[in-house]
Ligand binder design. Structure first.
Ligand code: ZN
Length: 359
């Protein structure tokens, strides 16, 4: 009996995506917006490209693309776990491409760096030409390894030797530095994190590089300008809905000037994250806020609750109403140029360009 059970293989544990906050209507639509009201697609020539998102599983795709279609967002650069890539590649490969990511969540293997390198190779073979490094203060403390640690170098080399671009998450909201990261001995300081990033940008120049979430510091546009001015290979993505809504709105005029001044250096991204209980309205809420923020003069309550602010001190959304030519670059042109440079254009986009040229 015991011999029998010892030789009978048990089913391998199923892959579980990392735990996400439960989708609660009062948190993603506290102002009762009808997210299904018709809305024109962004005023952009060519498909809109979301350069930073997390479509975590094939089973989430139907809701995801229904919301995306409603808001006129066509293409996605997604950080999907390798286990889910093949199905999405097969069924949605005309609309998604993949950013290489490590295994993430509660089942991180002890030898996660080796595992990361193996995954990088697989992602590369599936056409990915960008690797993501998540180096937020909490992540580096959790792993006990900073991004400039020698043990990380082989991963950088693997990626750069293959001609891949790099995306990093450095920093985090300023409210977090003032809150959960005040233990500088454990987490380090923001200045240290940016010094580390600056060194890496110099060391690996001129590899194309995307600084996620407005370089992780939308609160300090001066810092971002300095980084952009000194590193010509650096682009920023404007992803993270609640964070951007709060901090871009808080300095609306300065942010608008920044986007206009750096219109060739910023990529649209949502940081949308799919989930088993995240259906049309949840996903739509993120796209709705981004479009109000970048395209319109909307001033009013954000339908999504900001968990970093007290319930009775939520701040209004204040749209930038970016000029048409800036939106054209933000939503499309900058991403197309970047993807062409690293050799992973969306085939659909290449086709529509050819069609347009022939017409
Ligand atoms: Zn993200």
């Amino acid at each position: 009996m015991s011999e029998m059970s010892a030789t009978t293989p048990s089913a391998p544990p199923a892959y579980r995506p990392p735990g996400l906050a439960v989708a609660i209507r009062e948190e993603y639509n506290r102002t009762n917006v009808d997210f299904r009201l018709p809305m024109p697609r962004p005023k952009v020539r060519g498909p809109v490209i979301d350069f930073h998102c997390h479509l975590l599983a094939h089973r989430h795709a139907a809701d995801w693309f229904e919301a995306a279609d409603h808001y006129g967002i066509r293409h996605f650069l997604t950080m999907t776990p390798l286990e889910e890539v093949m199905g999405l590649h097969r069924d949605w490969g005309h609309r998604v491409q993949f950013i290489a990511v490590p295994r993430w969540g509660p089942d991180m293997p002890v030898n996660w760096i080796d595992d990361y390198r193996m995954r990088l190779e697989s992602f590369y073979n599936l056409g990915s030409r960008i690797i993501k490094f998540h180096a937020a203060p909490g992540t580096m403390a959790m792993r006990g390894v900073r991004l400039n640690h020698p043990s990380m170098q082989p991963i950088f080399r693997d990626a750069i030797d293959r001609g891949m671009a790099i995306m990093t998450h450095i920093g985090d909201p300023e409210l977090w530095y003032q809150g959960k990261y005040t233990d500088a001995a454990k987490f380090g300081t923001r200045d240290e994190h940016y010094e580390m990033w600056d060194d890496l940008l110099t060391k690996y120049s001129p590899v194309p590089w995307v600084g996620a979430h407005m370089g992780g510091n939308p609160e300090d546009l001066g810092r971002l300008q300095d980084l952009l001015d000194r590193h010509s290979n650096l682009m920023l993505d404007c992803s993270a809905t609640r964070w951007m809504a709060r901090e871009i709105s808080a300095r609306r005029d300065a942010a608008r000037d920044f986007f206009i001044r750096n219109q060739d250096r910023i990529l649209f991204g949502s940081d949308q994250v799919s989930g088993d209980d995240r259906h049309f309205d949840f996903l739509a809420s993120r796209f709705w806020v981004h479009r109000k923020l970048w395209e319109t003069t909307f001033v009013g309550p954000n339908p999504i609750i900001d968990p970093d602010l007290p319930k009775d001190a939520q701040t209004p959304l204040r749209g930038l109403a970016l000029p048409d030519e800036v939106l054209q670059k933000l939503y499309h042109d900058n991403a197309v140029k970047f993807l062409k440079r690293v050799g992973m254009p969306f085939q659909e986009d290449a086709t529509s360009k050819r069609t347009a040229a022939a017409a």
